[in-house]
Design a protein around this ligand. Structure first.
Ligand code: ZN
Length: 281
């Protein structure tokens, strides 16, 4: 039995057949440190193995879904039980940092994306960079009217966050604009682009999401699993995972370049100011 003494999330079953994982670090705008990501993975695993759970909701406490990676945290992935077959977390150069991101970002998110049960992300407020990395592996996204979505990491000299499915989420042209400018897309824009399934008033967000989850939970688990696989395999046929791995490699080039130019710092320090301005606009 995995350790369920969670510090960064909550796990509950709010209605029959529906498990809910809630990011519970609102005082830090649900910034993700490795502990939070590891706890989310443990919770997805519990829900996947529990036959009474048919649908999984990923929600967040507070006014904002997630501000992205916790840039203050200095944890190393080897402090946690690894969930992907990788190692070398403390190797020099870009090797160690790349492996940490393989395990904690791309690796965990890809596991969640390939889980057997339908997943619904429930988003409010700001969803920034690594926040999208949590949401995009989910099958369905429900957003409140105030939700906004952005990936401003080009300001750090990077090509976007580590789960690089922008192309499939918003289409090629919008993906480029989203990345180049770093501006936030509104929930309404994202619904038009197909990134968001439904936009609802903030006060209705939880009920709308749970009602949909409950409805889906009435369907046979085998049908849900096969439908999910059928769509996901279509994305594979389009080369989605290969493209994501290529983008992950470019992301490591960005980090390595910054380390060379900025004396070991993995991102362009001036980017923080640009991102601060963007988050106010
Ligand atoms: Zn990175």
């Amino acid at each position: 039995m995995p350790d369920t003494d969670f510090e960064r999330i909550r796990y509950d079953v709010p209605v029959e057949g529906v498990a809910r994982i809630t990011l519970a670090r609102p005082e830090r705008r649900n910034a993700q440190d490795y502990r939070m990501l590891h706890e989310i993975d443990t919770a997805f695993g519990i829900a996947a193995r529990d036959d009474d759970v048919r649908v999984i909701v990923l929600a967040a406490d507070g006014p904002h879904f997630s501000s992205g990676h916790d840039l203050v945290s200095t944890a190393c992935a080897d402090e946690f039980e690894t969930r992907t077959m990788t190692g070398g977390f403390r190797q020099p150069g870009q090797h160690g940092p790349m492996v940490n991101e393989e395990e904690m970002y791309l690796g965990l998110c890809w596991r969640w994306r390939n889980g057997p049960k339908p997943t619904i992300a429930q988003a409010q407020g700001k969803v920034i960079a690594g926040g999208l990395m949590l949401m995009w592996p989910c099958d369905i996204i429900v957003a409140s009217e105030d939700a906004t979505f952005s990936d401003p990491t080009v300001a750090f000299g990077l090509n976007g966050h580590e789960y690089h499915t922008h192309l499939w989420e918003v289409g090629a042209r919008k993906a480029k604009e989203m990345l180049f400018r770093g501006h936030a897309l509104t929930a309404q824009e994202c619904e038009k682009l197909g990134m968001v399934n439904h936009v609802v008033p903030r006060e209705d967000l939880e009920k709308f999401t749970l009602d949909m989850a409950s409805e889906i939970a009435q369907r046979p688990p085998v049908g849900l699993k096969l439908a999910k696989l059928a769509v996901n395999q279509g994305l594979e046929a389009q080369g989605q995972y290969t493209a994501m791995q290529a983008a992950f490699g470019l992301h490591q080039v960005g980090h390595a370049n910054a380390r060379i130019v900025f004396d070991g710092v993995p991102v362009d320090p001036a980017g923080l100011e640009i991102i601060r301005k963007l988050s106010k606009s």
